[in-house]
Design a protein around this ligand. Structure first.
Ligand code: CP3
Length: 323
């Protein structure tokens, strides 16, 4: 999950220096610095690359902008002509700064710290590309997928290819693990979930494993609920990152199939205190430690007091399985 960000004063300082969010993502020196900030402050066991899931559309030639306070905006793609304009040629070159960030981060951590690379999963990235920005329902991409499934599939296929290339380059640059964020998986009806979440994820996993057989791959199908188990069984991911809704005891039943990551509510960290500790203990007790990487169920919120994160990190360091 996102661990860098606006809740940290040192992030806000670097972000102001970079000018805007995308400039920060494409500046390998500053991006490496903000990647390392939470690790330095809290002593996390892993760092996650500082970048964004919308760098893929940007590098494919669909201009992305981040409007202060408003989130991302893109020129929406609504037909196959729009898909044809996207360009894979030169794609890795445009993303070069990201791979340099990975290499810098890898050189900046100690040997015990895992470097996590990431990308958005094809459905979630397509959702922003078709909608033209954030949305509660992402009706435009879902409707397009019903009306013209083959055109929408062309976009998904292109994103599968782009994602494989992007993640493979991150691994070559030093990423130890990669994570696929399917933040809007929970909006898909069951058939669309299979078609646009499970199948593309499976293709990406197969292609990456063919090149890097021992690469651990984590998937985050946010909101998957009733189809979470299908995702865990069928995609081939090594670990599933759990959203806040998955009861830890239900998650534990998946432990023979996949490792589990999660899933403290980010808002519980904003609340802090005894309640944050109790929620954390409940998760730690329910999920077998050998199969669990503790994490939040979504990224840190901007209003999170860093002192609460410090308390949480300390508690996790002192936790004894079975304790
Ligand atoms: O913590 C880290 O170092 C990880 C870096 C990271 C970012 N985005 C940086 C970021 C990661 C892993 C992401 C993933 C991402 N980006 C997702 C999937 C995970 C999730 O949170 O669901 C999604 C959907 C996006 C798209 C995105 N990026 C949106 C909708 C927004 C604007 C809304 C918001 O929360 O600000 C962003 C901006 C963004 N990406 C920020 C960060 C730190 C905030 C930027 C800022 O204002 O400085």
């Amino acid at each position: 999950m996102r661990q860098a960000g606006r809740y940290l004063p040192e992030y806000r300082k670097v972000r102001a220096e970079a000018g805007n969010f995308l400039a920060l993502c494409y500046n390998h020196k500053l991006a490496a610095e903000v990647t390392l900030q939470p690790w330095r402050r809290f002593g996390t066991d892993a760092v996650i690359l500082f970048a964004d899931i919308l760098l893929i559309p940007d590098a494919l030639g669909q201009k992305v902008a981040y409007v202060e306070g408003d989130g991302p905006t893109l020129d929406p793609i609504r037909d196959s002509a729009g898909v044809t304009k996207l360009r894979l040629a030169g794609f890795e070159h445009r993303l070069g700064p990201v791979f340099e960030t990975v290499a810098k981060v890898k050189a900046g951590v100690d040997g015990k710290t895992a470097v996590i690379g990431f990308a958005g999963a094809p459905w979630t990235v397509a959702a922003y590309m078709v909608e033209g920005g954030g949305s509660a329902q992402f009706s435009a991409p879902r409707l397009w997928a019903y009306r013209d499934p083959s055109a929408f599939q062309t976009l998904i296929d292109l994103l599968v290819e782009a994602t494989v290339r992007y993640l493979a380059a991150q691994v070559r640059a030093g990423a130890d693990v990669v994570q696929l964020f399917d933040t809007w998986a929970g909006l898909l009806a069951a058939n669309q979930f299979r078609q646009f979440c499970i199948l593309p994820t499976q293709q990406i996993v197969r292609a990456l494993k063919a090149e890097f057989p021992s690469l651990p791959i984590i998937g985050f199908p946010k909101g998957a609920n009733a189809v979470l188990e299908d995702y865990a069984r069928e995609t081939g991911v090594d670990a599933v990152s759990l959203d806040v809704q998955v009861p830890p005891a239900v998650a534990a039943t998946l432990a023979p199939t996949v490792a589990l990551q999660g899933n403290l509510d980010p808002l519980a960290v904003v609340a802090g205190g005894q309640r944050m500790k109790e929620e954390t203990e409940q998760i730690l007790r329910a999920i077998p430690a050998a199969r669990h990487v503790f994490n939040l169920g979504h990224g840190f919120l901007p209003e999170t007091p860093p002192a609460h994160v410090e308390v949480l990190a300390e508690m996790l360091r002192e936790w004894k399985p079975g304790g």
